[in-house]
Ligand binder design. Structure first.
Ligand SMILES: *Cc1c(COP(=O)(O)O)cnc(C)c1O
Length: 412
């Protein structure tokens, strides 16, 4: 089976010539092993997702939320996947693919450290060498994840260029890959980058909607009126949507980070949000044409979100296409609403959601009537990783929803 590199006008392979041999080899491997299941690749992948990853993850009725919004609300519990987020679906798929390709070394980028950790975990599981590129600023912000990667025997390479965050880390990893393509595979962390990455990552993440579609039919007797998922690069999003795209009556709602507002500061080259799908302009970043946060001159703007995993200036090209076609509805919610949704789910359902996933839950709170009578929300990950941020940000905003975080002083 051969694969198309574009989604409408988005996607493609906008890469320097030095990267083309790597891209071509990967495209060939993607078509053979993933699309055609050569050597039983997909069977082994699914088997390992079950035995190592703990799939299938449950689809759970949220009793309190269903009552609160007077409709049926179901949660797809990707927070229960090994590692605590949907990221393992992709990391495991790509590291296994690298093994089928005979590659002995994995490189990956990471921003907040979640993708780096998932990749390091998959490499330890499959006994492959692993090097992670991470911006210096991010290393300083995310120390525990640096140790997690090292505990799995991965090497963490600091990137000192530019702002020392995700964008630069991706560039460095591409450079490494182009130089070492002989023995190295680059595990990209979302449905972004040049073809075949957006398609391949989506295919690995589609297990979310494959399961959810069967599960909701078994539990509620029909397809949902809407599926809601947060969108950074958009891998949990495409994973949760893919099997429903052909179901015209199912609304697909992608919730971006509205941060602290949508106004852009052109002078500072700063966007106080990460809503590239709702507000971005067409451009090329990291090898693909997509919707991007840019200045009037076409410079990429730094994005912002209280949740590190949504803090990215671009979005997957397939999502950009589906949004243009009207098949996916892009919406956004701000930092405050996401923090409140975090506390609400923790208090009323006994589930601590990731701050990323809290955006999807916040949209349900703000616009329940737009989602119909039967709603599936993808809980992309668990929020234990976000506790420090949540404690600090909730206190700073005096959030009513937050419990007291005062530490007992030891007096009797
Ligand atoms: C990384 C991450 C995201 C954002 O990535 P996508 O590619 O947009 O899915 C969302 N939720 C969690 C829990 C994450 O770790």
């Amino acid at each position: 089976m051969s694969s198309e590199s574009k989604f409408g006008e988005y996607g493609g392979q906008y890469v320097p010539e030095a990267l083309m041999p790597a891209i071509e080899e990967l495209t060939d491997a993607y078509e053979r092993y993933v699309l055609d299941n050569e050597d039983g690749f997909m069977d082994e992948f699914r088997q390992r997702l079950r035995d190592f990853g703990g799939r299938p993850t449950p689809l759970q009725r949220a009793d309190r939320l269903s009552e609160r919004y007077d409709r049926e609300v179901y949660l797809k519990r990707e927070d229960l996947l090994h590692g605590g987020a949907h990221k393992l679906n992709n990391a495991l798929g790509q590291v296994l693919l690298a093994k089928y390709m005979g590659k002995e070394r994995i490189v990956a980028e990471t921003g907040a450290g979640q993708h780096g950790t998932a990749t390091a975990m998959a490499c330890a599981h499959l006994d492959v060498d692993c090097e992670i590129y991470m911006g210096r600023t991010d290393i300083n912000r995310q120390r525990p994840n640096v140790f997690r990667m090292r505990i799995h025997d991965a090497e963490v390479n600091p990137v000192d260029i530019g702002s020392g965050t995700l964008k630069e880390a991706i560039n460095e990893t591409m450079r490494d890959w182009a130089t070492n393509v002989e023995d190295t595979h680059y595990v990209i962390g979302s449905v972004v980058g040049p073809h075949p990455f957006p398609r391949m990552v989506r295919d690995f993440q589609s297990v979310i909607s494959e399961e959810a579609r069967d599960q909701i039919r078994a539990k509620a007797g029909r397809l949902p009126d809407s599926v809601v998922a947060c969108a950074g690069g958009g891998s949990n999003t495409m994973g949760a949507f893919h099997e429903f795209v052909g179901d015209g009556d199912v609304d697909l709602v992608a919730v971006e980070a509205g941060g602290s507002g949508l106004a852009i500061d052109e002078e500072e080259e700063l966007a106080p949000h990460s809503a590239s799908l709702s507000t971005g302009d067409d451009g090329v970043l990291h090898g693909a044409r997509t919707k991007l946060l840019q200045s009037r001159d076409g410079q990429i703007l730094e994005s912002h979100s209280v949740s590190a995993g949504l803090d990215y200036s671009g979005v997957g090209p397939e999502l950009a296409h589906l949004a243009d076609e009207g098949r996916v509805t892009p919406v956004n919610v701000g930092d405050d609403a996401a923090l409140e949704a975090f506390h609400r789910l923790s208090k009323t359902e006994g589930i601590i959601p990731a701050l990323e996933s809290s955006h999807a839950l916040a949209y349900l709170e703000e616009h329940p009537d737009e989602l119909g009578d039967l709603v599936v929300v993808n809980v992309s990950g668990r929020g234990d990783k976000d506790l420090d941020t949540v404690i600090e940000e909730s206190a700073r905003r005096n959030l009513d929803a937050a419990p007291t975080m005062e530490v007992f002083d030891g007096e009797q």
